[in-house]
Design a protein around this ligand. Structure first.
Ligand code: NAD
Ligand code: INS
Length: 337
């Protein structure tokens, strides 16, 4: 195939810079054509050493640049919607970092715009689906080798939070991954969300109640819980224990290597998502590129982005009410069946 993707990466912050590096070094079939950031110096730094790439401050200018034919969106979530519409208008393949948009209403409008276009162009960056251990657990569930899946217990721990990370973002930015994971594992929609606020750490910045305990239920009654703890200090840890009729499966725990030295033993904890999910991001982006070159998408859809946004909305309401809040979903368009 010679139809190389010439990608405009919008947003060259922590995640954008990481994606630019992988696109320009490890991914086949795609090149970085443009990097856009409101901070031009950041965009310029990101294209250093990348032949034929330009640094810009306007997403619109990048999408109208004749050299660009695909887009990777890595701006903060509340800015995704506007760029998504512009990219859909161009009929470009799009990899949009999670969340698709920050609320269900705007996510639904994006779904409708894509449905009107009549083909899937948007892949959402739920990279955990591409993690080897997630895939292994998913196979155990699909093969039925341990009987029916009954419960999922998730731990999602971050060392700290960037400035401006609000209480709602514990749900919208962090637990959104577990909403997608539970839907991915069970193949079902989530029907309700409840949030319990217990004893809080003194290490959380003002306005954040951390940790929180989130309880979910799926269509068939699978229960899932999430400990979301975003100022856990010790490192970045994302793990799941799944309870089946005939066994238990753990993923994402301490995989080693275990080292004995200087009177102690143990392994290492990954410091951030870049290390914990580095391989998964590579597989995710390669899957997007390969599919885009065939005119398809290679992962989670705009519907997945919308359904998780609806869960987030229920979760944020549940944070204040303490009640079990129903997840309200519109009918799934045929495009996503
Ligand atoms: N999948 C994951 O594990 C994962 C991990 C981290 C972040 N994310 C997602 O990636 C996105 C970016 O997060 P981040 O941590 O890199 O944030 P960040 O703040 O580090 O980077 C965002 C960048 O966007 C730039 N920007 C802001 N407004 C802009 C505009 N109008 N046009 C162009 N650039 C603009 C900022 O200057 C900044 O460089 C978010 O949606 C976030 O939720 C996903
Ligand atoms: O934006 C980040 C990212 O999505 C990480 O994968 C998640 O662990 C963090 O909680 C979130 O803040």
């Amino acid at each position: 195939m010679s139809n190389i993707l010439r990608v405009a990466v919008i947003g060259a912050g922590r995640m954008g810079a990481d994606h630019i590096k992988r696109l320009s070094t490890r991914i086949h079939g795609a090149e970085v054509a443009a990097v856009v950031d409101v901070d031009l110096a950041r965009a310029q730094a990101a294209i250093e050493g990348i032949d034929g790439a330009v640094a810009l401050t306007s997403a619109e200018e990048a999408l109208n640049n004749g050299d660009v034919n695909a887009v990777l969106i890595a701006t903060p979530g509340f800015l995704h919607e506007e760029i998504l519409y512009k990219a859909l208008e161009k009929d470009f393949p799009i990899l949009c970092e999670k969340p698709l948009t920050p609320d269900a209403e705007s996510a639904w409008k994006v779904v409708q715009a894509e449905t009107a276009l009549g083909r899937k162009r948007i892949q959402v960056g739920f990279m955990r689906r591409f993690d080897a251990e997630y895939a292994a657990l998913s196979s155990v569930i699909r093969d039925g080798e341990l009987g029916e899946l009954l419960m999922l217990h998730h731990q999602h721990r971050n060392p700290n939070t960037p400035e401006g990370f609000t209480n709602e973002m514990l749900i919208n930015d962090s637990v959104v991954h577990e909403f997608d994971a539970v839907r991915f594992f069970t193949g079902e929609e989530i029907t309700s969300v409840q949030v319990r606020l217990g004893k809080a750490t003194r290490n959380a910045p003002n306005g954040q109640h951390d940790p929180q305990h989130v309880l979910l239920e799926t269509e068939s009654g699978v229960l899932a819980d999430v400990e979301i703890y975003v100022n856990a200090k010790f490192g970045y840890e994302v793990a799941t224990q799944a309870s089946f009729e005939d066994g238990i499966v753990n993923i994402g725990g301490d995989g080693g290597p275990y080292i004995r030295t200087s009177g102690r033993w143990g392994g290492k904890v990954t410091p951030g998502f870049e290390d914990r999910f580095g391989a998964a991001y590579d597989v995710e982006v390669q899957a997007w590129v390969d599919a885009a070159r065939r005119g398809e998408i290679g992962g989670p859809t705009a519907w997945d982005g919308y359904a998780t946004a609806a869960c987030c909305e229920a979760g944020v309401e549940a944070q204040t009410s303490g009640e079990k809040v129903k997840v309200q979903l519109n009918t799934k368009p045929d495009l996503y069946n």
